[in-house]
Design a protein around this ligand. Sequence first.
Ligand code: FPP
Length: 246
Amino acid sequence: MADITFPHALPRHIAFIMDGNGRWATRAGLPRLKGHAAGMDVLHGLCDECLGLGIPCLTFYAFSTENWSRPWDEVAGIFNLLEVYFQRELKNLMAKGIRVQFIGDHSEESRLSAETRSMMERVEAATKGNTAMTVTVALNYGGREEILRAAQRLVESHTPLTAETLAAALDTCGLPDPDLIIRTGGEQRLSNFLLWQSSYAELYFSPLAWPEFGAAALREALADYAGRQRRFGGLVPDKDKAVAQA
Ligand code: FPP
């Protein structure tokens, strides 16, 4: 198994698609919302593990632009859990030096409630100066919608459209692209998550439901990542040179 203790073998940015909460709850004979609550309980341990390893950026896909199509009580329940979570966790985030930022459409015209928007502003403002780790929460987020909003902004400001200007107009401006995207719950797709930013991300799919994905499962994913050969469309310096010369 690859050694994850070499700093170069660790991702700088891991993005998580936290799938399988509902199925986990149903299997346990619980309402789906209990699955989302259990999904929040694992965040703490994962952040601590990554802090310990020195991984500086984590992104969590908490609510997509498509998730509004779920039953209203589940949608309202998720937002309620999020508000309670950040109210409860703010002290811990400050103590650990974790900066929290939100990506997605958070405009006044969005479907987010005034309470959710004000919670987000409060958490972002309070944690703004923290430098140990940046946790990005994708809320009312869709990759296509993010790219469209960015392109619209560039057109409206008469800025030339280039890969650089577009990347800088995305919600993730300032964050490195994810090196590793982990999706739990057994499905193998991106579901409109970080479409621009994931061009060269390594993908890791776990059969575990998100509430089951703890520090041990994360280490397994990191060991798998450490064994990947990342070429970014190029060649592996020594090995491919030898083959080319042969
Ligand atoms: C997908 O599982 C999960 C969600 C739509 C919501 C996940 C959100 C959280 C756990 C909250 C995260 C909070 C923070 C602070 C980052 P699913 O309901 O689609 O599961 P299923 O596929 O089994 O039905």
